[in-house]
Ligand binder design. Structure first.
Ligand SMILES: Nc1ncnc2c1ncn2[C@@H]1O[C@H](COP(=O)(O)OP(=O)(O)OP(=O)(O)O)[C@@H](O)[C@H]1O
Length: 323
């Protein structure tokens, strides 16, 4: 089922959040839908609002504007808490508890508890059940926190940079566990990550944030199919965007140009003396003499992230200001 009435893992309408009444907006005008049953990567540069969005979805923060729904219910309500698990970056666990005590607490607090799933996640990391949580390494604590989240058997699993503390082998194991969880139980997974190569084979939906706004909320395969990396002589640039748009192209090495309907969108470009390379969202056939390559998801995401202007407002804001 698709469309506005289809069940959604996350659905935001005009969502805005700021930490202090007079502070800047960490998230604003966010409008997106993440379908159920997807493994979604939230991607964006430091400080764009990934953790804030996950905390809103987990019910730890409340929207200041608009609304966010998780599994079509209000985050933080008893129904949402029963169906959603959130793993935050600080992973609050009781340091004096043993791992076994921690899992027992999970069992007592959750009406549906999958002890085998929780214990397997811990055992896979060779963490003794008798170890005290306070004596574990950060990566081992991540595993225990993830075991608690998986044992809950949630319909929606929210993970804020779950891979950050893990060694490469553990990252592979945890991603495999998450993929199995999604495939076997239809769990919707939303995770924020800066480790783009690991998203390539695992994520099938992308939510890309820029300056507190959602720039992409899209199927990963659709992104791959609609983008191309073009290399060719630099004087062909206007064949992509048209003469009318050339003047509005940013002069720096990075920048993004939205083009009129039916033209291509140059997401990011590098221009040398004679040659240019551009990541382009293709709309229709290409004009000119280009070497065309299909980019990986990682390359597409890097292109969008590079197009961000860390010194200034997002393109959308510049456009609004100019209007
Ligand atoms: N507790 C807080 N009080 C005030 N401002 C905050 C707080 N937490 C985050 N912010 C601000 O909100 C914005 C979004 O922060 P957030 O932590 O959501 O970004 P992020 O995308 O998760 O960053 P990172 O990739 O570095 O983890 C930033 O400008 C940040 O400074």
């Amino acid at each position: 089922m698709t469309g506005p009435d289809a069940p959604a893992a996350l659905r935001a309408t005009g969502l805005g959040f700021r930490y202090r009444a007079r502070g800047g907006w960490a998230l604003r005008d966010c409008e997106f839908t993440v379908p159920c049953g997807r493994v979604t990567a939230i991607v964006g540069r430091n400080g764009v609002g990934k953790s804030t969005l996950l905390h809103l979805a987990g019910g730890l923060l409340r929207a200041r504007r608009g609304e966010l729904r998780v599994l079509d219910v209000v985050p933080g309500t008893p129904e949402a808490r029963a169906r959603v698990a959130l793993l935050t970056q600080d992973k609050p666990l009781y340091p004096r508890f043993t791992v076994a005590d921690t899992l027992l607490m999970g069992e007592k607090l959750n009406t549906s508890w999958d002890r085998a799933a929780a214990e397997n996640t811990v055992r896979e990391g060779d963490i003794p059940l008798t170890a005290r949580v306070g004596e574990l390494s950060p990566g081992q604590r991540t595993r225990v926190a993830l075991a608690l989240a998986l044992g809950k058997r949630p319909e929606l699993l929210l993970l804020d940079e779950p891979m950050a503390d893990l060694d490469p082998v553990a990252r592979g194991e945890i991603m495999a566990t998450l993929m199995t969880e999604a495939a076997d139980h239809g769990t919707s997974i939303v995770l924020s990550s800066h480790v783009l190569p690991e998203l390539e084979t695992t994520c099938d939906w992308v939510l890309l944030l820029r300056n507190g706004r959602v720039e992409l909320s899209e199927d990963a395969d659709a992104l791959r199919e609609s983008h191309a990396v073009l290399t060719g002589h630099a004087d062909q640039e206007e064949l992509l965007t048209g003469p009318a748009d050339r003047a509005s192209l940013p002069t720096g090495p990075a920048g993004r140009t939205d083009t009129p309907a039916g033209r291509h969108t140059v997401v990011h470009r590098r221009v040398g003396v004679r040659q240019m390379t551009a990541l382009v969202r293709q709309r229709g056939p290409l004009r000119g003499d280009w070497h065309v390559e299909r980019p990986s998801l990682e390359n597409i995401l890097i292109g969008y992230l590079q197009a961000a202007d860390p010194q200034g407002p997002a393109l959308a804001e510049r456009t609004e200001a100019a209007a």
